[in-house]
Design a protein around this ligand. Sequence first.
Ligand code: PLP
Length: 371
Amino acid sequence: MADEIPSRLEAVETPALIVDLDRLEANLDRAADYAARHGIALRPHVKTHKSSFVASAQLRRGARGLTCATPREAEVMAEECDDVLVAYPPIASPRARRLTALPPSVRLTVALDSEQAATELARAARDARREVGVYVELDLGMHRVGVPHVDAAVALARYVSEIDGLHFDGIAFYPGHIREAMADQDAKLEALEHTLARAMERFYDAGLPPRVVSGGSTPTMWRTHEVPSVTEMRPGTYAFNDRTTVRTGACTTNDCALTVLATVVSTSVAGQAVIDAGSKALGREPMSGPGEGFGQLLEHPDVIVDRMSEEHGVLDLAKSAWRPSVGDVVQVVPNHVCVAVHLHEYVYGLRGGHLERGWPIEARGRARHTA
Ligand SMILES: Cc1ncc(COP(=O)(O)O)c(C=O)c1O
């Protein structure tokens, strides 16, 4: 496929995903350096890129393993990596069975928060004649999944440690409730460490020392060392970054590696231009405030995608002197890159103005087999 791609951006059929390879590599290097400097294991979440190409670049830079959410991600990543964490409750019977059907050479760990999930996973593990590691998930403020009380978490860890097919390997949490700018995270990070340290004491007292404490997100990633209980971090978005990450201060606009390439298809309504990237190319992901649109032009940051239909994105030109013509090509920085990636099948890698390579987004979708 690599030798079939066009060499110039203008020759790519739009809408299409473009990754600036220098920016991607710098993002991966920066995270790998940070994790190594602070002695924290890096286990990137692949939901952002869903591709073997980026996963192998993360592993080459020393990532300890990979984090997945879906069985499809785990199946694809098991071909790249022999240490896979599934940070999603393995409920609904085919899910646990798809996970335990991964090659036996893959060390599989699953984060869960209920006895029911542990029971289903243990049954699937025994049937597959393998052992699965378990992180007990704690709710440390996001209120999505996770055991809310430490006593119940210790009881779940004990249940896991006593059931055939599983072993208790650590605790996990996701600090998705910390979305403020990096400089404003002090109080929430302190609270996180306080709660974690107390929880750790309880696990030790119960004779169930967690080997791993797995946490971390992109907005908090550069301050992970300020939560010293954490031994493993799982950022995902940092590989590409997006407008939301810029907003938190965890990256700058120049660190946004992925854009959606789009063509201006109409300028017939005054004050606006229409591109061929709508909600099916960008995702309908809002920014935190109203009126901030669904994406921003890389070359004209004063222009946002103000409205969308499925295949139409309406650029608001009110704040810009730029007046595009039909046929012009633009690059849109999405609000939430993970969702934009999931909507496409292929990525083009750009370096120095030339398309250097391309790669498929193999782990998108849900099905076990793709055509
Ligand atoms: C369980 C879990 N871990 C890690 C991540 C990665 O976080 P981020 O997207 O902020 O990098 C996510 C993101 O959704 C997640 O749900």
